[in-house]
Each structure stands twice: as structure tokens, then as C-alpha cells.
Design a protein around this ligand. Sequence first.
Ligand SMILES: Cc1cc2nc3c(=O)[nH]c(=O)nc-3n(C[C@H](O)[C@H](O)[C@H](O)COP(=O)(O)OP(=O)(O)OC[C@H]3O[C@@H](n4cnc5c(N)ncnc54)[C@H](O)[C@@H]3O)c2cc1C
Ligand code: HEM
Length: 408
Amino acid sequence: MITTQEKPALDQKTIDTVKATVPVLAEHGESITKRFYQLLFQNHPELKNIFNQTNQRKGRQPKALANTVYAAAQYIDNLEAIVPVVKQIAHKHRSLNIKPEQYPIVGENLLQAIKDTLGDQATDEIITAWGKAYGVIADVFIEVEQEMYHEVSRQTGGWTGFRNFTVAKKVKESDVITSFYLKPEDGGLLPEFKPGHYITVKAEIPGEPYNHLRQYSMSDAPGKDYFRISVKREDSIEDHPEGVVSNYLHKQVEEGDILPISAPGGDFFLDTENEKPLVLLSGGVGQTPMLSMLNTVVEKQPNRPVYFIHAAQNSAVHGLKKEVQNLTNAHTQVNAYTCYSTPQAGDQYDYEGFVTLDWLMEILPSNDCDFYFCGPEGFMRSLKQSLAEWNVPDEQIHYEFFGPNIEL
Ligand SMILES: Cc1cc2nc3c(=O)[nH]c(=O)nc-3n(C[C@H](O)[C@H](O)[C@H](O)COP(=O)(O)OP(=O)(O)OC[C@H]3O[C@@H](n4cnc5c(N)ncnc54)[C@H](O)[C@@H]3O)c2cc1C
Ligand code: HEM
């Protein structure tokens, strides 16, 4: 069995070998990754409890892990440079309760996959060099994640791993969105989270051989005696099966039931020190972190102008409309706009179609705002492009993906 080395001091020869072979591995990236996950789940079927099996089928996450290893390997002699990217991934790992002892398992199977795919090209020298490189990269992740585990466990009301929560209230918000109000079963305190943070729900579905882990953003402000998440039911479309966890939550989980969840976290959150006008843009259920931000800003920054712009197909699927209306009526700082792509008869909305730069320029005071957005991939791509066209500086643009991170 190939093993990864612990904390090796990388010699120049190893560094040179790794750097020289990054392009070869990247070129065979897809085959290596496919083989890697085959081996991983064959040798460690218990990991199906952790990895999202739908992402596996859709091929998004598989690429993410291996590509990050290759990208990190390019900086093998300057790993400080990858810390910001590691932090972003580490938030997800921490939320999923990934443990240091799982790193060698990933390493062993990745090396075996490289060997199986490259055959004779993968000499002992190359495999040994990559084993060492993986060890150092894994150490960076483990260290960053250990710090995050300490941080959440030190927080008042914080915890590591999964804690049981009772569904105190289940509220239908639209044809497809339902909110769940969650209170700790142990009756203990809740930690302060930042608006924008998410939790991971562990769905233990009766009859399913494995658990399913999914992230959900907080949809209400921190400081309450509950956490609220709002979940869109993913119906089956054409030959795609219905979403596993969202349907379980909608159809099987009732008030009084227990859901194990991990402590809130993430790298997407509202900066409440900043006083610039705030623009919260969302498409569909991407409004959940924006609502947490909106509910927070009216409490914490009553003088900060907020523009809450929500895009949906129409009123039937537009959840939490009343809550936004109430906030708009109660706080003059809040300006809310609705954009419907396929309005129904009688719908009230401000703009028809998709959000465009022209419309944003019409309703916003200037481009000197702090922009936060979340929604479907196409919505996010188009917004990112529009804001770049409007010369909004990168540091004023913040966004969240409801799936594995991708380049916009
Ligand atoms: C940081 C973060 C925050 C999030 N916050 C929220 C939130 O606040 N609210 C919310 O509703 N969601 C949120 N999500 C998304 C959420 O985690 C889940 O991805 C979502 O609920 C779908 O999970 P599921 O198990 O129901 O669907 P899955 O079973 O994971 O399926 C996902 C989609 O893929 C389709 N699909 C299934 N199999 C295939 C296949 N073979 N080929 C192609 N398509 C397929 C399904 O039809 C479905 O539409 C968030 C995600 C992240 C990463
Ligand atoms: C150095 C090693 C590793 C690297 C470079 C890495 C990289 C990544 C990346 C890039 C993502 C996507 C993050 C996102 O959502 O945007 C991810 C997610 C994830 N990682 Fe890792 N990872 C490593 C080790 C591990 C280990 C040891 C485990 C546990 C066995 C693990 C389990 C997961 C899981 C479960 C996800 C969530 C995605 C899904 O389920 O589809 N990773 N990782």
C-alpha cells in the first residue's frame, strides 16, 4: 500500500519532480479523479456518508478535489500562497466534520489512482515525490481546519461535529420553499453566527444505506433562540431524480423531529463595519443568506441604506415575500425590488425579465455600494459581468455558491 509521508521536509529533487509532472497529472485529471473515487468508495464505503453522491454523479465535486491538489502542487515550495484558497475549502470541510485521520485515506487512494492511470509513466520516483507533496499539502489543510474546530468549540454555545436540533416550527413560504426553525435538543445556548453563514444538515433518511450531508444558509438574523433555514424542494425534472435531502425535509421531516447539524460557518458573510450602501441581490432560494443579512442590518446598522433585489420566476415560487414587505414598511433604510422572469396574472413586481445592468443603474444610487449576491449559476455569472462592466471594485463584490465553488 502506498502511504503518504508525515511532515516531510521537501528536498529540491522532490519539488522539481512534482512541478515537472503537474501538467501530466492535470492532463489525465479526469481519468485519475474517476479512478480515485472508484477506489475511495470501494476501499472506504463509509465515506459515502460524507461525500455528496449527487455531486459525484454530476461530476462537479470530483474535479474540485483533484484539481486543487494539482493547483496546490504548483506552489509546493511556497505553500503560504495557497492558504487563502485552503481557508475557503476548509470552511466546507469543517462544516462537514472532516477529520485529520481521513487525509491519509484520500492521499493513498489518490496516489494509487495516479499509478493505475499513468501506468509505466508513473515511476517510483514520481509516486514518492507526489506522496510527499500530498503530505505537505494535507498538513496545511489539517492545520487550518484544526484552528477552525478550536474556534467553533471555544464560542459560547458552539460545538464541533453534529448536534441534535429539534424542528420547533415548519413554515411553508411558497409552492417550493419551506422554512425550518431549529432549536437545540439539549436546551443549551446557540452561538452567534455571521449573516451569510451556513450549517450542514445530516439527513438520516429511513431506508437509505448512507447519510446525506447538505449545507443550508441561515435565513434569519443571529441572536435568536432558534436557527432558521429555508429550503427549496428540488423536484424531478425530465430524467433527473428529485433532490434527496430537500424532498426528505419537505415531505418527511415534521415539527418535533430531530435533525443533526454542524455549527454555522463559512467565508461569505456581511461586513457590518462597512457603511457603504448595501445591495443584496438574489435569485430564487439564493435569497436565504440575503434575508439573514437584511434582518441583521436593520437591527445593527439602522442608518445604512439597503437595496434588496430579488429575482424569481413569479409570485408562486417567491418565498418570504411578506417578511421583506414588513421590513420595508418598518424601516425607511430598506428599498426592496422584485424582478419576475415569467409573471402570472395579478403578480406585482418591479421589473420583468432577468436583472440587467441598465435596471441596476436605474435603481441604485451609484456603483459605490457593497454588493452581495447568490442564486443560480447563470444569474451569478451575468451579475458578476454586469458589476465588472460598471467598474465595481472586486473588493466590493461578494458571492456564495449553493454547490461546489466554480469560476465565474
Ligand atoms: C453554502 C451553501 C448554502 C446553501 N443554502 C441553501 C439554502 O439556504 N436553501 C436551499 O434550498 N439550498 C441551499 N443550498 C443547496 C443545498 O445544500 C442542496 O444542494 C439542495 O437542497 C439540493 O439538495 P438535494 O439533496 O435535495 O438534491 P440532490 O439530490 O443533491 O440533487 C441536486 C439537484 O441535482 C439534480 N440531479 C440529481 N441527480 C442528477 C443527475 N444524475 N444528473 C443531473 N442532475 C441530477 C436533482 O434533480 C436536483 O435538482 C446551499 C448549498 C450550499 C453549498
Ligand atoms: C489535500 C486534500 C484535499 C483537498 C485539496 C480537497 C479539496 C476540496 C475541494 C476543492 C472541495 C470543494 C469545496 C467547495 O465546495 O467549493 C472539497 C469538498 C469536499 N471535501 Fe475535500 N479536499 C481534500 C481532502 C478531503 C478529505 C480528507 C475528505 C474526507 C474524506 C474530504 C471531503 C470532502 C467533502 C465531503 C467535500 C464536499 C463536497 C461533496 O460532498 O461533494 N476532502 N474538497
